[in-house]
Write a protein of this length. Structure first.
Lengths: 203, 168
């Protein structure tokens, strides 16, 4: 049976997606006496699976990246560099497949024309995302978030926001993450997922 | 924008000699430190207290003795470089950015009035003004030029700093 990815494994996956410089690029730097530009990469990764109502695995663990939005990125810089108020807790919501046309960098909690929230799960509010303190640029959770469908649904992805009210428009949207194929979750089945954010420096 | 995103920081440096003439200018990209990245994540997602209660500060990396900057550098330990302190005031300068928009954050420039001749290699952002090796302070970023740059007493180094999160 497949086991969920550990935070370290998730970090490795993110690292594998980062652009790499080839020998030609390095040679050009040497010939031009050019110093290689330092890089800092911000990545988000969802690792999810679907469990049947009887506890068996319907869809084993798989991963997909998130896409950030401007309001989230602006918030990140305002909080870090301008001492603006930070959100102490972040929450995760589901994105419904029906009606999905796309994510947009300008999406906010008030306006996201390309998708709607999937709220047909038993929990009354969006689940909290409660990561451990960041270490080595990784912020992750030790146990997956588990949502039990209250009707048969197709999950396109997830999103991270600062407010927990289902269908609510308050709060700051940080990121959305969707995959090419929606996952069918039967009524009574669960959609389980980890979410990690990785900030990787490279001088 | 799909992951991974690129977090960039660019320092603009214009150095005017004592006569007021522009002697050199450089734009240098910063690299972050691991502790700086951790603090950014903790601040953003865990609501940790601000590291720079009075705002982030910009300091100067000395050319003399410079060998390298590294992601593992901290405010308390950075074996590859020392800090240049030959400017008036004796403390790092304020960076006062405006609210971020479109993933970009910039602020008004600051200036260093040079009081001691020497060489500079780059710049840094730190959470405190005092130039020391306080292990509790946070070093967010360092940026260095490809070679040392000469400054003279009476000269002025003008600095701007802009951060941005974007597609690679």
């Amino acid at each position: 049976m497949l086991t969920p990815l550990t935070p370290a494994e998730q970090r490795d996956i993110v690292a594998a997606t980062l652009p790499r410089r080839g020998p030609l690029s390095k040679l050009c730097d040497l010939l031009l006496r050019r110093r290689r530009k330092p890089r800092i990469y911000l990545s988000g990764l969802v690792t999810a699976r679907v469990m049947n109502p009887d506890g068996s695995v319907a869809v084993p663990w798989y991963t997909y990246p998130n896409g950030a939005v401007y309001v989230g990125l602006n918030k990140m810089q305002d909080v870090m560099f301008r001492n603006q108020a930070a959100h102490t807790t972040w929450y995760m919501g589901l994105i419904r497949n029906t009606g999905f046309t796309g994510e947009n960098i300008n999406d906010t909690m008030v306006t996201h024309a390309g998708w709607v929230e999937e709220v047909q799960y038993t929990a009354g509010v969006r689940p909290a995302w409660s990561p451990s303190a960041a270490a080595l640029g990784v912020l992750s959770i030790a146990s997956p978030i588990s949502l039990t469908a209250s009707a048969t649904i197709d999950v396109k992805g997830v999103f991270a926001t600062s407010d927990n009210a289902k269908s609510g428009t308050a709060g700051t949207l940080f990121a959305t993450a969707t995959e090419g194929t929606a996952r069918n979750v039967l009524s009574g089945a669960t959609y389980e997922f980890f979410y990690s954010v990785v900030l990787t420096p490279s001088n | 924008m799909k992951s991974p995103l690129l977090v960039t920081g660019v320092f603009g440096m214009i150095y005017c000699d004592p006569s007021g003439a522009v002697e050199w200018r450089r734009d240098i990209d910063n690299g972050a430190t691991i502790v700086g990245c951790d603090r950014m994540l903790r601040r953003m997602f865990l609501g940790a207290s601000p590291d720079a209660g009075s705002g982030w500060k910009i300091g100067i990396i000395a050319g003399s003795g410079f060998s390298s900057v590294a992601p593992g550098d901290t405010h308390g330990s950075h074996p590859g470089w020392t800090e240049f302190s030959g400017y008036s005031g004796g403390v790092r300068k304020n960076w006062s950015p405006f609210a971020a928009t479109g993933g970009v954050m910039s602020g008004i420039g600051t200036q260093f009035d040079i009081t001691s001749a020497g060489t500079v290699r780059g710049l840094l952002t730190a959470s405190k003004a005092v130039i020391d090796l306080d292990p509790l302070a946070i070093l967010w970023s360092t940026a260095v030029a490809i070679s040392n740059l000469t400054v003279a007493s009476g000269g002025v180094l003008h600095v701007t700093y802009t951060t941005r999160i974007r597609n690679p």
